[in-house]
Ligand binder design. Structure first.
Ligand SMILES: Nc1ncnc2c1ncn2[C@@H]1O[C@H](COP(=O)(O)OP(=O)(O)OP(=O)(O)O)[C@@H](O)[C@H]1O
Length: 228
């Protein structure tokens, strides 16, 4: 469902974040991208939802070469990929329901469809009782669950998470991992960049390790290697 072929990402500054990146992700996989700060993890993820463009190589998502996608098609592509960040990025002036509904409103869903889908996804992340709360009335873990709900409400094939537990304590991180596992078991592919050694070693998945802009390891059910 996702293929990186000889991908290089060079920023305008001339900085080459990653080069010669090759990997393939099958539908339904759960993959960690690990590596030290500055290794290129975020850059790889950003290329999937086209926040950055590869300077070399090709990326295929769901059989489509997204390196060739026109700018006006990007919003459509982004509907197929849910994205979650370390810092939640919720709309502070909107409540939980509205934060999630917003993702559907912008694509013109009907009020009825929005209600059904938002209620359903908030149930999945365990926030059915907090629909009217504003982000500043929620814990960090709850805010991240809202962000997850927002990323999932369009039922994307793939969810990309950049350090989703980076601002959370271990127990709350476990709750987020349980949700990610649950949605993965339902068929959504998950790619997650993380520094969290405990998580990578506890919930064993495929691990792609990146160092200095290159893939140095790609292990099925790998742990967090001591060299990273
Ligand atoms: N917008 C940018 N312009 C120039 N260089 C950038 C930009 N964004 C990232 N870089 C550089 O690209 C390299 C990879 O950065 P990236 O953010 O992808 O690493 P990372 O592994 O996600 O790091 P971290 O774990 O700290 O988030 C670094 O050298 C970084 O300084």
């Amino acid at each position: 469902m996702l293929i990186f072929q000889n991908v290089e990402i060079r920023y305008k500054s001339g900085n080459v974040a990653v080069s010669n990146i090759n990997f393939k992700v099958d539908k339904g996989e759960f993959i960690y991208i690990v590596g030290p700060s500055g290794a290129g993890k975020s850059s790889l993820l950003k290329a999937i939802f086209k926040e950055v463009e590869p300077s070399k190589g090709e990326i295929f998502l769901l059989d489509k070469n997204i390196t060739r996608v026109k700018r006006r098609q990007i919003p459509y592509l982004r509907r197929q990929v849910g994205v979650v960040f370390q810092d939640f990025r919720l709309l502070e002036e909107k409540n939980v329901y509205e934060n999630v509904a917003f993702a559907l409103r912008v694509i013109g869903a009907s009020r009825k469809e929005i209600k059904t889908k938002v209620v359903d996804v908030l149930e999945t992340v365990g926030l059915s009782k907090k629909l009217k709360r504003y982000p500043n009335q929620l814990s960090g873990g709850e805010q991240q669950r809202v962000a997850l709900a927002r990323a999932l409400v369009n039922k994307p094939e793939l969810i990309v998470c950049d350090e989703p537990t980076g601002n959370l304590d271990p127990n709350t991180s476990d709750e987020i991992m349980e949700i990610l596992n649950k949605i993965n078991l339902r068929g959504t592919t998950v790619i997650m960049a993380t520094h969290a050694k405990e998580i990578v070693n506890k919930y064993k998945k495929r691990v792609i390790a990146v160092q200095d802009g290159s893939i140095v390891r790609d292990d099925i059910e790998g742990g967090y290697s001591d060299v990273l």
